[in-house]
Design a protein around this ligand. Structure first.
Ligand code: AMP
Length: 313
């Protein structure tokens, strides 16, 4: 998990647990739709489980699941794929983006990815899905699939609503600040929650600040560092360095150092919790087993209903 995921989305997932029954999934079947390393996938999945618990998702409260462990995800996706017109999928923006990013890896699963996502949501008959604006088209597609399913086979699913994040922030890449922070842009573009302090210092020191000819407007890289500093370090450092910026006396190295130190302190409790969890693999397995049991029960119920609507017994 990187800082963009956490600040943009996942810290709100933690807050949602207070008022809702939640299912959070580590979606390994989605992960294999873009090029991946089979030797790393297994440990990446457990790293993500560890990150979720380290940031505060409570496995006794929310169900944490690994998608491939609950076969009903792909079972429902297959059924939904038989009622989803190909033209609906071709217009999903991420299909085009990913096809351009990996022209040698364009396949049926990449096109039908949003159907699997619809299955992830509908399997648990979720009322709300926490999404960022980049994922709204996927949710809209899920709603269209619901309407079509209900029309063809009788009222079965209700349309899930978008749950918008409270002050959700979009964090930009350190190395390419016009794009959002993402693992796919390379290791210098993002800060992982598990990064050690020295690595964080190194990555922030390398962050792009000014690009192209200077203009009066603040460059995206500098704005991103200020945004990060405010989110993780609070107002005081931010406001004093912003004062320097406005006076034309800011040294970017000072902004970078302050941002790096603020990120390090902000992530420290998460890093510590992660270290404890690394020593407790049985606790992680127990958490996932409990999620699988609880979510699996709902999945079985949903599939019984869906199959009987289709006349499959
Ligand atoms: P992804 O890893 O792209 O599947 O994203 C997981 C969640 O994190 C989604 O809700 C995204 O909207 C959010 N997210 C991903 N990257 C960023 C970013 N750089 N800034 C803010 N939110 C992000």
């Amino acid at each position: 998990m990187h800082l963009g995921n956490y600040l943009g989305a996942i810290r709100n997932w933690v807050a949602m647990q207070e008022t809702r029954d939640c299912v959070y999934g580590v979606v390994d079947y989605h992960a294999i739709t873009t090029p991946f390393e089979p030797r790393e996938l297994g440990s990446d999945v457990w790293d993500m489980v560890m990150d979720l618990i380290a940031v505060g998702v409570d496995p006794e409260d929310s169900a944490i699941i690994i998608q491939s462990q609950i076969p009903q995800h792909t079972e429902l996706a297959w059924i939904l794929s038989t009622i989803t017109p190909i033209s609906w999928l071709e217009r999903v923006p991420t299909y085009k983006e990913k096809s351009e990013m990996h022209p040698d890896y364009v396949h049926l699963g990449l096109l039908s990815y949003p159907v699997l996502m619809a299955a992830d949501i509908l399997l648990y008959r979720a009322d709300e899905v926490p999404v960022g604006d980049d994922q709204l088209p996927h949710l809209e597609l899920t709603r269209e699939i619901v309407r079509r399913f209900n029309h063809m086979f009788g009222e079965t699913f209700s349309e899930p609503q978008a749950f918008f994040q409270r002050d959700s922030a979009r964090i930009m890449s350190l190395s390419d600040p016009e794009k959002k922070m993402s693992k796919s842009l390379g290791p210098n573009s993002y800060i992982a929650l598990a990064d050690e302090p020295d690595l964080i210092r190194k990555k922030v020191r390398k962050a792009v600040t000014d690009i192209g000819p200077s203009t009066d407007a603040m460059s995206p890289g500098v704005a991103n560092l200020f945004g990060l500093l405010k989110l993780v370090g609070g107002d005081s450092d931010h406001d004093s360095l912003m004062g320097d910026y406005e006076a034309g006396t800011l040294r970017y190295v000072d902004l970078k150092d302050a941002t790096a130190e603020a990120i390090i302190s902000f992530l420290e409790p998460i890093r510590n919790r992660r270290r404890e969890l690394e020593r407790e693999p049985e606790a992680l397995e127990k958490a996932v087993a409990s999620g699988r049991d609880r979510a699996g029960e709902i999945a079985v119920e949903t599939m019984d209903t869906v199959k009987s609507r289709l006349g499959i017994r």
